[in-house]
Design a protein around this ligand. Sequence first.
Ligand SMILES: NC(=O)c1ccc[n+]([C@@H]2O[C@H](COP(=O)([O-])OP(=O)(O)OC[C@H]3O[C@@H](n4cnc5c(N)ncnc54)[C@H](OP(=O)(O)O)[C@@H]3O)[C@@H](O)[C@H]2O)c1
Length: 258
Amino acid sequence: MTKKYKKLFDLSGKVAIVTGSSRGIGASIAEALAEFGASVVLSSRSKEAVDEVANKIQENGYDAMACECHVGEEDHLKNLIDTTLKKYDKIDILVNNAGINPVFDRLENADEKLFNKIMDINVKAAFKLSNMAMKHMKNNKSGSIINISSVEGQKPDKGLGVYSISKAAISMLTKSQAKEWGKYGIRSNAICPGLIKTKLSSALWQNEEMLELWLKDLPIRKAAEPEEISGIAVYLASEASSYTTGETFNVDGGYMIN
Ligand SMILES: NC(=O)c1ccc[n+]([C@@H]2O[C@H](COP(=O)([O-])OP(=O)(O)OC[C@H]3O[C@@H](n4cnc5c(N)ncnc54)[C@H](OP(=O)(O)O)[C@@H]3O)[C@@H](O)[C@H]2O)c1
């Protein structure tokens, strides 16, 4: 029997950039894309940390390289694109994953500096890097952009106001990219994780009371591991999702049902 459908997920020959891939969801997505055959360029502010993940991927027999990239720095973004093109000559997949949530506080306590910092990293960086990658995807008449948004962008929690605003913006960026760039063969989709056990969300899942509150009405009564986001990322990166664009996918244990 021919394996017509398995091939749909094959990423052999594809080149992927994943921002914020030194740990957590980004590292797991990078590992998964590599395991499905892609050459993956990992990046974060710490070259040492991304080197470690890239080395692990290589030791497992897959192709990866690391590049230092603070997504708030324009020259770092340009260097990430240039480094990728120098080594692989194209960009097929871009995962805008790097994200921050430096505070849990009420909206009225957030000053402009904090607002700008969250917007710069969570929204502006994805906007800029996508625009840079898009030119090369357009030339190849093909590309998949995956933006990591959040359920917080649809249903805000107290204390996460500015973060929620940034994630709502990323979901709309996704729809705009899909609408404008579909004609160039570029698809853009967003993943909205629920509570995933990473450093970013540690204040939630490492605090028993907070965790209980979160899990109380959650249909799947647990916080997820980063690996539980990787399957949808492989789908969105691959030909399996060739007719999917402008969509946001909740991977949240049923959080958005409530
Ligand atoms: N965990 C959750 O429950 C959850 C839920 C919904 C959405 N998300 C989203 O998922 C994405 C990944 O977060 P995570 O949960 O995996 O958090 P994490 O484990 O803290 O990882 C964050 C990643 O982003 C990188 N990063 C932070 N600031 C950066 C910057 N200025 N430039 C480049 N890289 C930067 C970090 O690397 P360095 O420190 O080495 O730079 C790290 O690799 C984020 O967009 C987050 O908003 C997470």
